[in-house]
Design a protein around this ligand. Structure first.
Ligand SMILES: NC(=O)c1ccc[n+]([C@@H]2O[C@H](COP(=O)([O-])OP(=O)(O)OC[C@H]3O[C@@H](n4cnc5c(N)ncnc54)[C@H](OP(=O)(O)O)[C@@H]3O)[C@@H](O)[C@H]2O)c1
Length: 305
C-alpha cells in the first residue's frame, strides 16, 4: 500500500483509508475481520464521525479491536464533529463536548485528526480557535482539518486558528468530478466551467492540504454505486476494459482513477465487505496512464473543450 504524506510530512498515511460510516449495525466479529483485513492490506487510516450510527460506529470499532495500546499506535484515527440533529454547530462547547464523546466511545486518549464535518453558517472562527487550542494543548487532538469546505471558508478559519488545517474531506468519484471539471473548462461556456467550490482542488494543492475523497463509488449523493450500473453503460465498458487489461476488478480501477491525480488524494473506502476491501486495495499496486485516466473521465460523460 502506497503511503502519502499528510500535514507537514508528520503523518504517513495509507493512500486508501477505511471509512467507518456503515459499520454501526454489523456484528462485532465482522467489524473485527474488516479492520484486521484493512491493517493486513496496509491501511493505517480510519475515518469516523460522532454521528455515524448515532455514535455506534465509534463504539463498535473500539469493541472490535479491543483498543489495546499496541493496536492503537498502529492506527491513525480521524473523527468529525459539528453536525447535530437538524442543524450544524461549531460552538466551542459543542466541539469540546463532541470530542469528549468520541474519545469515550473510541476508548482512546487521543484523536489523531479532528475534522469539522459540514460548514456551520453561524460559525464564529474565534470560538473554533479556542476549542481547537484547548483540545490540542490537552493532548486530546493532535491535528485538525475540515470537510466540505471551500477555500475562503478555510482562509477565514485559518486567520484565527493556531493550528494548520491539514485535510479537507470532499465528495469525489468518477461520477462526481466538479472540482476537476471547472479546472479543465476554464473560461469556456461549457457547464463544466461552473465553479461550485471556489477552486478547492488547486487551493488545497497550494496549501498542502490533503483532499480526502468520500463516497468514491457513489453517484449523486448516496444514490447508489455506478459500477455494474445500467445507468452508466459507457463508463462501465471502459472501466471493465481497463480492469481486464490490468488484471484487477472494476472496483480497483474506480479507486485507481482517484489515486492517479497528482494532488495525492486519499480515497476513503466505505465498504463493509472484506473481499471488496481487498479488491479496492489492489488500486494501490497499479497506476493508470494519462490516456486511460482521460478515457475514463470522458466515458463518464465529460467532454474536453
Ligand atoms: N465528510 C462527509 O461529509 C462524508 C460523507 C459521506 C461519507 N463520508 C466518509 O466516506 C466514507 C466512504 O463513503 P461511502 O460509504 O459512501 O463510500 P463508497 O465506498 O462509495 O460506498 C460504499 C457502499 O457502496 C457499496 N458498494 C460498493 N461497491 C459495490 C458494488 N460493486 N455493488 C454494490 N454495492 C457496492 C458498499 O457495499 P459493501 O459494504 O457490500 O461493499 C457500501 O454500502 C464513509 O465511510 C465516511 O467515512 C464522509
Amino acid at each position: 500500500m502506497r503511503k502519502i504524506s499528510i500535514g507537514n510530512g508528520e503523518i504517513q498515511a495509507s493512500e486508501i483509508a477505511l471509512g467507518c460510516m456503515r459499520i454501526a449495525d454489523m456484528p462485532v466479529d465482522k467489524v473485527s475481520q474488516l479492520i484486521n483485513t484493512a491493517l493486513d492490506e496496509g491501511i493505517n487510516f480510519f475515518d469516523h464521525a460522532d454521528i455515524y450510527g448515532g455514535g455506534k460506529s465509534e463504539e463498535i470499532f473500539a469493541k472490535a479491536i479491543d483498543m489495546k495500546s499496541s493496536i492503537r499506535e498502529k492506527m491513525i484515527i480521524q473523527t468529525k464533529c459539528g453536525i447535530r440533529d437538524g442543524y450544524y454547530d461549531f460552538s466551542k462547547e459543542h466541539i469540546i463536548e463532541a470530542v469528549n464523546g468520541s474519545l469515550k466511545r473510541l476508548n482512546t486518549d487521543y484523536i489523531d485528526i479532528l475534522l469539522l464535518h459540514r460548514p456551520d453558517a453561524l460559525m464564529e472562527p474565534e470560538e473554533v480557535a479556542e476549542a481547537f487550542t484547548i483540545l490540542h494543548s490537552s493532548g486530546k487532538v493532535r491535528y485538525f482539518g475540515v470537510s466540505n469546505q471551500n477555500p475562503l471558508q478555510m482562509e477565514l478559519l485559518s486567520k484565527y486558528l493556531n493550528q494548520k488545517i491539514i485535510i479537507d474531506q470532499l465528495q469525489l468519484s468518477i461520477t462526481n468530478t466538479g472540482m476537476i471539471d471547472s479546472g479543465i473548462n476554464v473560461n469556456t461556456e461549457n457547464d463544466g466551467a461552473i465553479d461550485r467550490d471556489g477552486g478547492v482542488l488547486d487551493y488545497c494543492r497550494l496549501k498542502d492540504i490533503t483532499i480526502q475523497a468520500w463516497s468514491p463509488l457513489q453517484y449523486g449523493c448516496f444514490q447508489g454505486v455506478f459500477l455494474n450500473n445500467d445507468k452508466f453503460p459507457e463508463l462501465n465498458k471502459k472501466i471493465d476494459e481497463i480492469a481486464a487489461k490490468k488484471g484487477v476488478t472494476n472496483t480497483a480501477i474506480a479507486f485507481a482513477w482517484i489515486l492517479r491525480h497528482p494532488a495525492k488524494i486519499q480515497a476513503i473506502a466505505g465498504t463493509t465487505n472484506v473481499k471488496r476491501l481487498k479488491d479496492i486495495c489492489k488500486a494501490s499496486d497499479i497506476e493508470l496512464t494519462r490516456q486511460e485516466w482521460y478515457e475514463i473521465y470522458k466515458a463518464a460523460g465529460n467532454k474536453l473543450p
